[in-house]
Design a protein around this ligand. Sequence first.
Ligand code: MN
Length: 267
Amino acid sequence: MVQIRNSNGYLMQNDDSGPFDIIGDVHGCFDELKSLLNKLGYQINYSETDAKYKVIPSTSRKAVFVGDLVDRGPNSPEVLRLVMDMVQAGLAYCVVGNHDDKLYRKLCGRNVQVRHGLELTMEQLGKYRREFVQRIRIFLECLPHHIMLDNGRLVIAHAGLKEHLHGKHGKTIRDLCLYGPTTGALDEKGLPVRLDWAADYSGTAIVVYGHTPVHTPTWKNNTLNIDTGCVFGGKLTALTYPDNILTSVDAQQAYAEPMRPFLTNQV
Ligand code: MN
């Protein structure tokens, strides 16, 4: 495994070939995450004594999180604890999402706008010990902006990534991984207008990403968006690689109103 670090964060390259269960934006939906992992054959036990989740996968497989673990949902702290415990036990990889990055900046005392669900995460974290919050800050700091797995055949980035940027490092690339390309214009709600980077993707690597909720994951040129908007009352979805099987669980409820309508996939 190679973990490359510079002032613009981390990039991870790993020849691990899986199988992987790649999981979409969780956004604090802890119960749905546990249900999805159970459905995929992971056993999850909580140990009170060391305040850790002990996870046992059914076979030698790993979870990969596309980022946006936190915000808007009912239990971001326990989502973080479970994912941190899995990553630290060598059972999962995780890339950073824009919401995780904003929480990190907030925990560093930077001046960020506490909205779009961050206010809920901060309120939930208010009930936790300082050591736990510190652990989250250190974990988020080290999350890579993208991960290349299976010798570059599988690329995970929160908002996706064009082929010529795979394995590259830098502030522009990190920003693209977190937010995706935008036109520079704002829509009627003041949100940046996003560009569909996957429309002209022609790479051989499979790129799995999230960031923009879709009703149904649909393959487009070797790319797959698996954010099915669980926190907005949709589903939490996983893609199992290399078999390309989709598994999902329904949201127990809609915890937040979507900022914009879900994308209907058009290939
Ligand atoms: Mn998201």
